[in-house]
Every structure is written in structure tokens, then in C-alpha cells.
Design a protein around this ligand. Structure first.
Ligand code: NI
Length: 185
């Protein structure tokens, strides 16, 4: 088990285009993915991309808890089906429509901050799994957002670069504080 150090905005590794993985079944790739899983479990968050742990390879991991899906789509959180922890190697995203939606995003490489980011609402993604099998899924809502956010890291893009309105960027603590205040008013 290894908990890896997270690169923060300003580190050059977050700006470069990461390299494709030649053999997804290689032991060093499996070690990388296991260390990324340990790191994400330790820090918390929906996903992590290899460049964020200083490895310039096209690998991301993510998961979407059922409660998050229920919050978005309604329904009983206990019944909601989560998207289990998934590792994507050399992922490719195809938008399924031109429709975009705004949503609040945060990033382990931009600690403490959050901002509103437009993302495609429906996508298809295709990648290799660590066993070399092809993963192909359609995703919408938060699931689609997380995959777009993580895959952006592989092309040197951080979420603030996608924002249309920088006035929505703020510290999470302040955003929560004033969101609660507004809810009380
Ligand atoms: Ni991120």
C-alpha cells in the first residue's frame, strides 16, 4: 500500500499531454492503479488521474456513490446503484449530444476551491481495463462529469480552464457557508 503525493496546480506535470499505456496488464501499471486507489481512499474524492500523482500516463480511476446518483436523480439512496471503482486506461470520450450542463467541481490538485464547470450531459467512453478487456459505457449526469474531469487531466486541462464564469470560483468553506445562509433566508 502506498499513498502518493498529489501534484497541485502550477506543477508542470499537470499541463502536459500524458502518454498512452502500451500494456495495460503490465505489473507496473497494476501497481500504479493500486497506489492510486489507496491514495483516493485516503484523501477522499470521486476520482484521480495518473498525472496528479506525478505519472504522465493515460490512466484514471473514479467511482460514483449511489447516494450521489440518488441526490441527482431522486429516489431512495439505499436503492441507488453506484458506479463501482473503475480504472480506465487510454480512455476516449465521445459526446452523445451537444447538450451541456453546469455543475460544481473540485479537484485534489486545486485544494480548497470549487467552481461551476459546463460539461457534456451524455457521453460514451471507451477504455481498456487493467485485465486488457475493453470497457465501453454510456454515462450521464455526475458520472459523465467525473469521467470528463478525470480525462481532462490526461490532456493537461484543469477544471478552472473550462469555466465560463470565474465569479463562481471560490473556497469550498466560503461557498458552503454562504449557501447555507441563503438556504436560511
Ligand atoms: Ni481533478
Amino acid at each position: 500500500m502506498a499513498i502518493l503525493k498529489i501534484a497541485r496546480m502550477g506543477h508542470p506535470i499537470l499541463k502536459r499531454i500524458s502518454d498512452p499505456v502500451t500494456d495495460p496488464t503490465a505489473s507496473e501499471i497494476h501497481r500504479l492503479i493500486n497506489d492510486m486507489i489507496d491514495t483516493l481512499a485516503d484523501i477522499g474524492g470521486a476520482g484521480l488521474a495518473a498525472p496528479q500523482v506525478h505519472v504522465p500516463l493515460r490512466v484514471v480511476i473514479f467511482h460514483v456513490p449511489g447516494a450521489r446518483i440518488a441526490a441527482e436523480e431522486g429516489g431512495d439512496p439505499r436503492q441507488a446503484v453506484s458506479v463501482p471503482l473503475t480504472a480506465l486506461i487510454n480512455p476516449e470520450i465521445t459526446p452523445l449530444s451537444d447538450e451541456m450542463a453546469d455543475g460544481l467541481e473540485a479537484c485534489l490538485s486545486v485544494p480548497g476551491l470549487a467552481g461551476t464547470v459546463p460539461r457534456h450531459t451524455r457521453i460514451r467512453y471507451r477504455a481498456l481495463a487493467p485485465d486488457g478487456q475493453v470497457i465501453e459505457r454510456e454515462a450521464h449526469g455526475f458520472h459523465a462529469r467525473v469521467v470528463q474531469h478525470e480525462c481532462d487531466h490526461l490532456d493537461g486541462v484543469l477544471y478552472p480552464m473550462r469555466m465560463r464564469d470565474m465569479t463562481s470560483l471560490g473556497f469550498i468553506e466560503e461557498l458552503r457557508h454562504f449557501e447555507n445562509k441563503e438556504a436560511q433566508d
